[in-house]
Design a protein around this ligand. Structure first.
Ligand SMILES: [Zn+2]
Ligand SMILES: [Zn+2]
Length: 254
């Protein structure tokens, strides 16, 4: 199994680990790793989530191996999809993660989105944006962190329940399955029983619709978080008989 979602400095400005730290963890880690640095075109803020892929490949090329792959986490953002396509087509990434980080112009990692919307508005709009974006751009390999909003909101109950958003989740997963894309099982929140239970119900919908392939990613920004909660992820994989995969040179590998 691979940890298919890892960020490093300097290419992901919110990361707190260098590739040397990742390599140190890799020595004793039973999992392969894929670096997936951020590109969120068109988002302005304190940090700029963009890097020059040419620099990335130049600096990291010598570290690339069967166990350490070089990918990208692409923000799927309205108005930027041509730019995304251009970059993905031009550079030899091993794996491309598609992510919804922006909804209606709001960076949804920031509290403002949740403070200006009710939970239902915020979550429904997030899932609508997801469906819209993946229908418009689907040359990614796996769809990241479906429970992303649960991380950053400050609602009393942050969970995204299948019972509230079944139709939207089914639309997203049906699209992924029909277009031969994977779903990411993001392990960041699998240290919490409520989060595990609600995410399991979401994964059950994917499975029920025929989804079999998943990528497993920690979204580590610190070396201590590489492959975090992977034991919990393995339980879920076994429960649903999912096939954990990763991508090398954009080819799915089981
Ligand atoms: Zn992300
Ligand atoms: Zn990430």
């Amino acid at each position: 199994m691979f940890d298919t979602h890892i960020h490093t400095l300097p290419f992901s400005p919110d990361a707190h680990q260098t590739i040397d730290e990742v390599l140190a963890v890799a020595k004793s880690c039973p999992y392969g790793m894929c670096l997936t640095e951020h590109i969120d075109y068109g988002v302005s803020g304190n940090l700029i989530f963009e890097f020059d892929p040419e620099e990335y490949f130049k600096k990291y090329r010598s570290y690339r191996s069967d166990k350490l792959l070089l990918g990208v986490e692409m923000g799927l953002i309205p108005g930027e999809l041509n730019h995304v396509k251009e970059t993905v087509d031009k550079f030899p990434f091993d794996m491309v993660i598609g992510s919804i980080h922006v909804v209606d112009g709001y960076d949804i990692a920031l509290k403002e989105y949740y403070h200006t919307h009710t939970k239902d508005e915020a979550y429904a709009k997030y899932l609508d944006a997801m469906i819209d974006m993946i229908r418009k751009y689907h040359e990614f390999d796996t769809l990241a962190h479906v429970d992303y909003v649960c991380r950053y909101c400050d609602y009393e109950d942050p969970e995204l329940y299948v019972s509230d958003y079944k139709e939207a989740l089914e639309a997203v997963f049906t699209f992924l399955i029909e277009n031969n894309k994977c779903l990411e099982l993001n392990t960041r929140r699998l240290n919490n029983k409520t989060a595990i239970d609600t995410l399991r119900e979401i994964m059950r919908v994917y499975h029920h619709l025929g989804g079999r392939y998943i990528t497993v990613g920690s979204d580590a920004h610190y070396s201590k978080n590489i492959a975090v909660n992977f034991k919990e992820a393995e339980k879920m994989i076994n429960e649903f008989n999912f096939i954990p995969v990763y991508f090398k040179e954009r080819k799915r590998i089981e």
